[in-house]
Write a protein that binds this ligand. Structure first.
Ligand code: GDP
Length: 367
């Protein structure tokens, strides 16, 4: 029985008699308390994420996507803590022009993968979202079943950023999804601009969805994308389209054989599928399994991931240097003068560029 006459010995009460000196700013105390509370929440958030809690994963991705400077520290902590738990997955890039059936395919493929016990995360790199303010995965109703599937996680792309920024955030999201226990990561992108290159450099397998055209199968497909593909899937191979699809398969196969053998030693394959009618989906996974067993055995899988990390290190530095340079106020002002001088033939572009770069290094040294 505690003695009622003794002063309360709990530590909280022991400091009751010490009053706060006047010069201590109450606002700063509150800020520190808030910060402590927030950093505690971050620990809890990470702990739950590592246990496979999807709302925590969502929240963590929101923090790393945030442009709010106060989130930067938290984002860093989340990524650093998750990093040792990442990497245990396969990362599959999926591209194709709008309308080819990417969402329908991802829905069918994702449902198949979860039916064989996989945990599937779907992310997107969408360069058009900056312009349209929408995103390719924004309309989740297009993946009605997958979105309700407890073994799937669908995240629309980060928007309002440069491709470099979106790509970095997608790469970081991959890490978080893996740390949360997702073992199959699908990354969708539209066949526009440089986004395929970005997705190619963050995935293990690159899949191009294609349509069988009326005799012009190879038209409209950028050679570069075809060259990156580990497999071309001719979608909508159903109904009247089946014959065209079979012809397209022959043509594309021939085209793929013209490319030199990849470093992975994998010969890209063409498959037919009908995402809408759920046909050919299992074949795609079997093909992927063959690829993974080949590349894990010959060492390419591991080596490729290491190279990708090195590539992204450099990409991030390049991006950061460029943005620091162009966001510098003095440079911004001088750049306009330099542009005028160059346009009026008063200076050569090389001289003007060198002057600006020297000015920038002086600014950096003195800061
Ligand atoms: P995305 O823009 O590449 O994501 O394409 P969607 O998945 O939104 O599909 C575009 C349209 O093609 C939709 O009307 C789909 O129902 C349809 N579609 C997708 N896959 C197939 C398929 O395998 N066969 C047929 N016939 N239609 C399909």
């Amino acid at each position: 029985m505690p003695n009622e006459n003794l002063p309360n010995k709990k530590s909280l009460h022991e400091i009751d008699g010490i009053s706060q000196p006047d010069h201590v700013n109450q606002d700063s105390i509150r800020t520190i308390q808030n910060f402590r509370r927030k950093s505690l929440n971050i620990d809890l958030l990470i702990e739950k994420l590592l246990q496979g809690d999807i709302p925590s994963l969502s929240k963590a991705i929101t923090i790393i996507e945030s442009t709010n400077p106060t989130h930067k520290e938290q984002a860093h902590k989340i990524i650093q803590t998750c990093l040792p738990h990442a990497n245990k997955s396969v990362r599959i890039g999926i591209t194709g022009v709008p309308g080819v059936g990417k969402s329908t395919f991802i829905e069918a493929f994702g449902m198949y993968l979860t039916s064989i016990g996989k945990k599937v995360a779907v992310l997107a790199v969408d360069p058009s979202s900056t312009i349209s303010k929408g995103s390719i995965l924004g309309d989740k109703t297009r993946m009605e079943d997958l979105v309700k599937n407890t073994n799937a996680f669908i995240r629309p792309s980060a928007s309002g950023e440069s491709l470099g920024g979106v790509s970095r955030k997608t790469r970081e999201s991959i890490i978080l999804c893996e740390a949360c226990g997702f073992d199959t990561i699908l990354i969708e992108t539209v066949g526009v601009g440089q986004s395929e290159t970005a997705v190619h450099s963050m995935t293990d397998f690159f899949l191009l969805l294609n349509l069988a055209g009326a005799g012009d199968e190879l038209q409209g497909i950028k050679r570069g994308i075809m060259e990156m593909a580990d497999s071309v899937i001719i979608n909508k191979a159903d109904g009247d389209n089946l014959k065209h699809a079979n012809n397209a398969k022959l043509d594309i196969n021939r085209a793929l054989h013209l490319f030199p053998l990849k470093d992975s030693k994998w010969q890209p394959k063409v498959l037919l599928a009908s995402a809408f009618y759920n046909q050919g989906i299992e074949d795609v996974w079997q093909l992927l399994e063959k690829y993974f067993s080949l590349t894990k055995e010959n060492g390419y899988f591991e080596a490729n991931r290491k190279n990708q990390n090195a590539y992204w290190l450099r990409e991030t530095i390049n991006e950061q240097l460029l943005s620091n340079f162009y966001q510098n106020q003095t440079i911004y002002e001088q750049l306009q003068n330099a542009e005028n001088a160059v346009q009026n033939n008063e200076k050569s572009p090389f001289t003007a560029a060198n002057e600006l770069l020297e000015l920038y290094s002086k600014i950096k040294k003195s800061s």
